[in-house]
Design a protein around this ligand. Structure first.
Ligand code: 2AM
Length: 193
């Protein structure tokens, strides 16, 4: 199963961001991106990749332990940027140090179960849109795609969403169905109070 661990912003936070993002979709170049659907928006803490189903109970124990020992915290969705020419994302502000510590603990605990050895690298973000591969495209077209992403990322700079509480961890499954991706929650663990 393709798994990841995430924090899900509440519907008010997602709606605020969706309202801010809607006008961006009319900007030049926006129609060449694949926009993620607002009802699937999430903050990925750790991507676990393919994990055998029989490992899931161990993951559940590990995640319960991390949740018990890491506090709920206050965040807001704010600002944004781009990863190269590929991804447009919205950022996170507030007690993001608590989110970072949580991500680090999740990475450590899940790596013990999955045997993953990658270094911990975490840039809190919510993926809004992805560009297709730029390989094989003409240079001018690549520059245009980059300029489009710059303008979109710049427009996100202004955005400051409402505060919300990151109150639980979720273990998520990602499935590809034809061209679409479906995310389902396999479990949720409340963070400490
Ligand atoms: P992102 O969109 O927040 O960057 C489920 O597939 C989630 O896991 C995605 O939303 C993505 O997070 C993250 N993800 C997917 N493939 C990944 C990969 N190869 N490496 C790291 N994270 C990945």
């Amino acid at each position: 199963m393709r798994l990841f661990v995430a924090v899900m912003p509440p519907v008010e936070a997602l709606q605020g961001l969706a309202d801010a993002v809607a006008p961006l979709r009319g900007l030049p170049g926006a129609d060449r991106l694949r926009w993620t659907s607002a009802d699937a928006w999430h903050l990925t803490l750790a991507f676990l990749g393919e994990v055998p189903a029989e490992r899931v109970p161990e993951l559940e124990v590990a995640l319960a332990e991390v949740a018990e020992t890491h506090p709920a915290h206050t965040l807001r969705l704010a600002g944004g940027g781009r990863f190269g020419d590929r991804v447009l994302w919205a950022g996170v502000e507030g007690q993001d140090w608590a989110l970072r510590r949580l991500a680090e603990a999740v990475h450590g605990a899940t790596a013990e179960v999955t045997g993953e050895t990658d270094a911990f690298g975490f840039h809190p973000h919510l993926t809004l849109a992805r560009a297709g591969s730029v390989r094989g495209r003409r240079r001018a077209e690549q520059r245009m795609a980059a300029a489009g992403l710059d303008a979109l990322a710049g427009a996100l700079d202004e955005y400051r969403g409402p505060e919300w509480e990151a109150a639980e961890l979720r273990l998520m499954r990602s499935e590809h169905e034809g061209g679409a991706v479906r995310h389902t929650s396999l479990g949720a663990w409340p963070l400490a109070r």
